[in-house]
Design a protein around this ligand. Structure first.
Ligand code: PLP
Length: 361
């Protein structure tokens, strides 16, 4: 039975990637054992790890003066790691808040590690739709860094523009839109992402960090979160999530072979347009985000008549469409259509939305 999975994370992984992992699971490369059984320090595993890193460097065109770190602790771990690594105890940082996850990052810094300046950057327009007010993204002179989340997974808001931060490093969370569109890595001090939204199984977190930001961690920063310790040990200071790292490598290879990030961006635009155009064409559903700021990968919408929510979800499930319930802090519905979701999955969803609307109008 085929299920269409619109979960926000952990979420779909490309079928060819899962099939390759399955094929190799018990016997990797004729070595007579599986990758999950192998020492992370064996020559064979180190080659797998190095290849994954190189593939990511290739498909994102990551410049040589950036380190790529493979860590654990998730996005939330990095919410702590960012200030612990680059916020001096007597310094301050600017946080541009556009939704749930940037607010969580702001709180982690402000409540535990030091001075964080809150910039509320989302407003409501006269139609009641949320939009990003980029004019609010002003850095404070002397800030150690500025922080933003480029795709708010819960709220369905994506940043397609960047604030001008001058010499102040811009640190961004791309957990849910990494590799979904082309970006210029050199514009950022660091990029963080958890793998479970758009790349691989949960339990792997990647930090891409400009080298000049290394070596500044606070003395009490746990070694496993100290970017310079990880960089010095090729992310093998402690045992990494060897399986997720390997699967991330398979995913990066899948991306490279299908034509790279540019090709995925094209597909993601096509999928998102199909879904949003349909939602805009009915008055049964409503997307509360201004058109310019709608996430290409997390489409948030509500039913006009919220009393139909439970029936909407139950019927979707009976037709093998799962994971459509919105995040608990927001309610409503959310369809996550990451890189692994084919166009057909969006077509199936639109047909279901249309059928449900007609049956209840
Ligand atoms: C899911 C998510 C997080 C939190 O990740 P965890 O691995 O659960 O800590 C942070 N930021 C964004 C943008 C996310 O989508």
């Amino acid at each position: 039975m085929k299920v269409w999975n619109y979960s926000a994370g952990p979420s779909m992984i490309p079928v060819p990637v899962m099939e390759k992992a399955q094929k190799e699971f018990c016997d990797f490369n004729g070595l007579g054992m599986g990758i999950v059984e192998m020492s992370h320090r064996s020559a064979e595993y180190m080659a797998v790890a190095a290849e994954a890193e190189q593939l990511l460097r290739d498909i994102m065109e990551i410049p040589a003066n950036y380190k790529i770190l493979f860590e654990q602790g998730g996005g939330r771990g990095q919410f702590a790691a960012v200030p612990l690594n680059i916020l001096p105890e007597d310094g301050f940082a600017d946080y541009f808040v556009t939704g749930h996850w940037s607010r969580c990052a702001y709180k982690e810094c402000a409540e535990r590690y030091g001075k964080a300046i809150l910039h509320e950057c989302v407003e409501k327009d006269s139609d009641g739709n949320f939009y990003i007010d980029y004019s609010k993204m002003q850095v404070t002179p002397g800030a150690a860094y500025a922080y933003a989340c480029l795709n708010e997974t819960v709220n369905g808001i994506e940043m397609f523009n960047l604030p001008e931060t001058g010499d102040i490093p811009l640190i961004v969370d791309m957990s849910s839109n990494i590799l979904t569109r082309k970006i210029d890595v050199s514009k950022f001090g660091a990029i963080i992402f958890g793998a479970q939204k758009n790349v691989a199984p949960a339990g792997l977190t990647v930090t891409i960090v400009r080298e000049d930001l290394l070596g500044r961690a606070r003395k009490y920063c746990p070694s496993i979160f100290d970017w310079s310790v990880l960089a010095a040990h090729d992310s093998m200071y402690n045992t990494p999530n060897s399986f997720a790292w390997y699967m991330a490598g398979l995913d990066f290879k899948w991306i490279k072979d299908l034509g790279g990030v540019a090709e995925l961006e094209k597909r993601n635009c096509q999928k998102a347009n199909l879904l949003y155009n349909f939602l805009d064409s009915t008055d049964f559903y409503r997307c509360p985000i201004a058109k310019s700021d709608r996430s290409r990968v997390n489409c948030v919408f509500t039913l006009k008549d919220e009393s139909l929510n439970a029936e909407f979800l139950a019927q979707a499930k009976s037709e093998h469409l799962v994971g459509l319930k919105g995040h608990k802090v927001l309610g409503g519905m959310r369809a996550s259509i990451y890189n692994a979701m084919p166009l057909e999955g969006v077509e199936v969803l639109v047909r279901y939305l249309d059928k449900f609307a007609k049956a209840h109008s």
